[in-house]
Write a protein that binds this ligand. Structure first.
Ligand SMILES: Cc1cc2nc3c(=O)[nH]c(=O)nc-3n(C[C@H](O)[C@H](O)[C@H](O)COP(=O)(O)OP(=O)(O)OC[C@H]3O[C@@H](n4cnc5c(N)ncnc54)[C@H](O)[C@@H]3O)c2cc1C
Length: 335
């Protein structure tokens, strides 16, 4: 297949708008549609950064791969992605577009646009079912399904997520350096996070969103660093297209800030690995060995679903590693 520059790809209609809003490429042309129960060497569930990297490693090793993806990467709302060498400052959609173009070059790789809804193991390997009814069979599976953020139920926060409400200073701290920056946090975790953020700005304000759980010693240290603590409950965030303007408190007062860090909890984006027997760590990640094999033989996991380090670079690195590990195992087994 001819590889087009991204701009030309977009011009020729290579992008379709995916729900609800995201300019992620639809990479699944008609000739790529599967027939029922087509046999593959490897099924990859999740075709974002990690899944595509795994697919590329396998496709280049002449393995027949299907990548099933319903195009909901976790960073889809953030306008710019940082700290990924060669792609710093590009939008997530731009990075995904280049990744898709490069993966589509390999005739060993099929891309399927859809939601995987369940899986079974049998004597031949595995079968994955998708919501449109097709099933795919393979000897090995890689889950590159990511995680889903569970955002605090503060009105306006979801609209600001990834734009001015942030999760990681290494991804977004430079862009708001020296700016007035809030942190929604409390207790020991909040104290440690405030110490970290002080590296990027000395203008830090903590919103405990309720009664403070800081110790007297922690309060003293925060005061020494001129970090203000606001103990009020937050009612909502006032914003302009996701760009924070004011934090509005339940008592009617408000505070301005350029951006807010909000530590959020998460769940696995996809329940299939657990339903097929993969164990999770106490923190909620898929348990993997150093070669990214899960607790179920021949089932692998890579990217956010199996790692605490949450960056595109790490997701790509893990995907490449999972792809190479699966390929090498198959090659040696077949010898
Ligand atoms: C708001 C935000 C901003 C970020 N900013 C940065 C940044 O600036 N720099 C940086 O390096 N990192 C950033 N990150 C982290 C980065 O986005 C992740 O580390 C990266 O996306 C992980 O890639 P992944 O492939 O593991 O998972 P994801 O990108 O989340 O992709 C998982 C894919 O699997 C698919 N999927 C899941 N379940 C199924 C299923 N059952 N069937 C079919 N498909 C399925 C999803 O639709 C999705 O396409 C940010 C994260 C967030 C949340």
């Amino acid at each position: 297949m001819t590889v087009l520059p991204v701009r030309e790809y977009i011009r020729q209609g290579g992008f379709r708008i995916a729900a609800p809003a995201l300019l992620f490429p639809s990479k699944f042309s008609k000739h790529n549609r599967m027939t029922d129960n087509e046999q593959f060497d490897v099924i990859i569930v999740g075709g974002s950064y990690s899944g595509l990297a795994a697919g590329m490693a396998l496709g280049r090793a002449l393995r027949k791969v299907v990548i099933i993806d319903d195009v909901k990467p976790c960073n889809r709302q953030t306008p710019f992605s940082h700290n990924f060498l060669t792609n710093d400052g590009k939008s997530p959609a731009e990075i995904a577009a280049v990744a898709n173009l490069q993966v589509k070059r390999y005739d060993t790789i099929k891309l399927f646009n859809g939601l995987a809804t369940g899986g079974i193991s049998n004597e031949n390997g595995f079968e994955i079912r998708v919501s449109s009814g097709e099933t795919f069979a393979a000897k090995k599976i890689i889950f590159a399904t990511g995680i889903r953020d569970m955002l605090p139920g503060i009105d306006g926060l979801a609209a600001c997520w990834g734009i001015s409400v942030l999760h990681c200073p290494y991804c977004h701290g430079y862009e708001i350096k020296n700016e007035k920056t809030g942190i929604i946090s409390n207790g020991d975790g909040g104290f440690d996070f405030a110490r970290l953020i002080l590296n990027w700005t000395k203008n830090v304000i903590i919103f405990t969103n309720g009664v403070s759980k800081f110790s007297t010693e922690q309060i003293k240290q925060l005061e020494n660093h001129k970090i203000k603590i606001v103990e009020k409950e937050i009612e909502r965030l006032e914003h302009n297209n996701g760009y924070l303007q004011h934090i509005i408190f339940r008592d009617g007062t408000n505070e301005s800030a350029k951006a807010l860090y909000a530590p959020v909890t998460f769940e696995q984006h996809c329940a299939i690995p657990e339903s097929m027997g993969c164990q999770l760590t106490d923190d909620g990640y898929i348990k993997v060995d150093p070669f990214l094999e899960t607790t179920v033989k021949d089932m692998y996991a890579c990217g956010d679903n199996a790692a605490r380090i949450r960056t595109v670079a790490n997701a790509v690195a893990m995907g490449t590693m999972a792809g190479m590990a699966v390929s090498k195992k198959m090659i040696l087994n077949e010898f």
